[in-house]
Design a protein around this ligand. Structure first.
Ligand code: PRX
Length: 651
């Protein structure tokens, strides 16, 4: 492992609009005060967050118990996530929220439902009673494998109400993937549906559950929501319809008083190789972290309509579709289906229909919208938007500019939020009323968080110099371990630098203290002894007006050690020919240096991506070097993309 070189220099800076700053939840003054507090003591800062954003049944004795790499936050305290997300909006000064929309849901076929906080309370209590009646006790695990329908939120919140940790398995995963997770976690009950809608077709879920559960012991019940109405086999003695059990369930159930460190959920992330890791999050610290960051970073107001487009099956969906917004008493939008059904403008139609004011989406979606063309957003009234966010991958500066111009109409601040499944909530991000933004940078750490870019030896790098992104101090939303595998937890995150969390990302920190994530260190390319991150070369490609999206990988080369191969998706209407290929190679040379000039440019209409939309560069490496893929492709969203890339290679 050697250090990483940084080549990209982005000069544009966007200062917060004074009018926005004035109304911001965390304006410059508040932020400065909180930064001072956090600098004196991160624990004191997080205690203040815990008091301000969370209701507790019992206070803590100690803010943090840190025995590296194991942290306990708010030791001795008791709280409950569903209480914080629902009940407290029905009582006291917030009692008027009773009939406020908690969840605005839109199905792909165009059907829609609104659940007020009172509706949510009733449904969650009922399902909590169903779980208890079916023998699920505090500490028992529940697997959830559902489409994006309101019942997924109800099921998750009901689990938190009784202290049964949930694992949500994304509805696009196969029966095998579901079985692995059920077995690893020892889930006792599975909640699913007869199917869901995606691009006008039914995604079968119940068949996969039957297959997954067939080979396992331990799953006693399967509860099935009727969504599509398609007939599905129901196994007597095991399977129950949601509507049948809910019809008989009592509509109240007090929230269990749970220890701050009670397991809240386990979410599996596949990582680059091997068996998925069950990332464990617990109750009080996680809730504090997501509630505070939602309020500060998304500047959520009582009147906002917040739409995070992630699937609830990912951590972004857990933290910022459900728990963060609901803990703040905010209105959250959920959409079941695909962005291109029935037309390429579905997202913009939804924003116009519900007057969404804060939009949080992923660079992969933004690059897809760029490729589809500006006419789709331009057809809709997007004037309700006041703030935009992005998460999941580094955003190329030109994609940032497009988001700013075409979606935000140059009015809306953009928060580029860096975090991971493991971190629970956002750790590095602008605060929209107080931090100037630079396209492509996730800017500054949240108070109380201490990221640091270090070299191989663990020493801080100089400004502008690439290195490894670490987190120097524990934070409340951090993972508490890998389910059932403490050794892997130590090895994966805490072995490279003692007592320091290693993120697996390459990054640089500039002279203003701004962080620039350069991609995963596993994807770094070693060209003639220079280690180059993927993000900067891709950003140079995307800065060409004909390019919507790009991915670069290294392939072995006799002279340079590694040669850069660029896979490029042109914008619609662009002629992808030999001239463009040469233009792009010189363009990269000019933008960031001859060293990064791709040896080869290949055009493609799609890139291989994970189901959460991240580019899978390890598969592209095989394609680039003409190797058969022996790697795991189960997380690939569309297997045919790989076949098409290979076909092109032969042509
Ligand atoms: O490489 C970073 C990238 O996504 C990784 C975490 O992925 P996951 O656990 O799936 O969680 C995604 C949702 C939080 C990180 O290690 N990443 C995420 N957000 C950003 C990012 N890279 C650059 N900028 C971001 N804003």
């Amino acid at each position: 492992m050697a250090d990483i070189e940084s080549l990209l220099r982005e000069k544009r800076v966007f200062k917060p609009d004074p009018a926005f700053a004035k109304q911001a939840n965390w304006g410059p003054k508040k932020l400065a005060e909180l930064r001072r507090l956090a600098a004196r003591s991160p624990e004191r800062f997080w205690e203040r967050m815990a008091k301000e954003y969370v209701s507790w049944f019992r206070p803590w004795k100690k803010a943090l118990d840190w025995k590296p790499p194991f942290a306990k936050w708010f030791v001795g305290a008791q709280t409950n996530v569903s209480y914080n997300c629902i009940d407290r909006h029905l009582e006291g000064e917030h009692a008027w929220r009773r009939n406020k929309a908690a969840i605005i849901w839109e199905g792909e076929p165009g059907d829609s439902r609104v659940l007020t906080f009172a509706d949510l309370h009733r449904e969650v209590c009922k399902f909590a009673n169903v779980l208890l009646a079916q023998g699920v006790k505090k500490g028992d695990r529940v697997a959830i494998y559902m489409p994006m329908i309101p019942e997924i939120a109800i099921a998750m919140l009901a689990c938190t109400r009784i202290g049964a940790p949930h694992t949500v398995v994304f509805g696009g995963f196969s029966a095998d993937a579901l079985r692995d997770r059920i077995v690893d976690l020892g889930a006792k009950l599975v909640v699913t549906a007869d199917g869901g809608w995606r691009r006008g077709k039914i995604v079968e879920l119940k068949d996969a559950v039957d297959e997954a559960v067939a080979g396992t012991k331990g799953v006693e019940r399967v509860i099935v929501v009727r969504r599509t109405g398609e007939p599905v086999p129901m196994k007597a003695g095991r399977d129950l319809w949601w509507h049948d059990v809910m019809a008989q369930a009592p509509a109240t159930r007090p929230a269990a008083k749970l220890d701050a460190e009670h397991p809240l959920f386990v979410l599996y992330t596949s990582g680059s190789t091997g068996k998925p890791k069950g990332i464990l999050h617990t109750t009080g610290g996680y809730l504090t972290h997501v509630a505070a960051t939602t309020h500060a970073i998304f500047d959520l107001k009582e009147s906002d309509t917040f739409w995070c487009t992630a699937d609830v099956g990912w951590v972004t969906g857990h933290s910022y579709v459900l728990y963060g917004p609901l803990a703040n008493g905010a209105t959250t939008v959920m959409y079941e289906g695909a962005p291109n059904h029935p037309g390429l403008d579905r997202f913009w139609a939804i924003i116009e229909k519900y007057r969404v004011s804060v939009l949080y989406t992923a660079p992969t979606a933004i690059r897809t919208f760029i490729r589809w063309g500006d006419e789709h957003p331009n057809r809709h009234d997007l004037s309700s938007l006041r703030l935009l966010g992005t998460v999941g991958e580094p955003i190329n500066p030109e994609a940032w500019m497009w988001y700013h111009r075409v979606i935000g109409k140059k009015r809306c601040p953009i928060v580029d939020t860096w975090w991971q499944t493991e971190t629970g909530g956002v750790l590095v991000s602008p605060l929209p009323g107080a931090v100037a933004t630079k396209p492509g940078s996730c800017t500054l750490p949240f108070p109380g968080v201490e990221p640091r870019v270090v070299n191989v030896a663990g020493e801080p790098t100089k400004p502008g110099q690439g290195g490894f992104l670490t987190l120097q101090k524990p934070w409340p939303g951090m993972l508490r371990g890998i389910w059932g595998d403490a050794a892997r937890y130590r090895e994966q995150y805490w072995s490279r630098y003692p007592k320091v969390y290693f993120t697996g990302d390459g990054a640089q920190c500039d002279e203003d203290g701004y962080f620039w994530v350069m991609g995963r260190v596993d994807d770094v390319m070693n060209v003639s002894g220079h280690r180059i991150g993927t993000m900067e070369v891709e950003s140079a490609l995307v800065s060409h007006p004909g390019v919507a999206e790009a991915a670069v990988v290294g392939r072995p080369d006799e002279i340079t050690g590694t040669a850069i191969v660029a896979f490029v998706t042109p914008k619609s209407g662009t002629h992808a020919n030999a001239t463009l290929r040469e233009t792009l190679r010189s363009h990269v040379s000019r933008e960031i240096g001859a060293l990064a000039r791709p040896a080869e440019v290949r055009f493609t209409d799609a890139l291989p991506k994970t189901r959460s939309g991240k580019i899978m560069r390890r598969l592209l490496r095989d394609v680039a070097s003409g190797k058969e893929t022996v790697q795991d492709t189960t997380t690939l969203e569309d297997l045919s993309v790989l076949a098409r890339l290979r076909g092109q290679e032969e042509a």
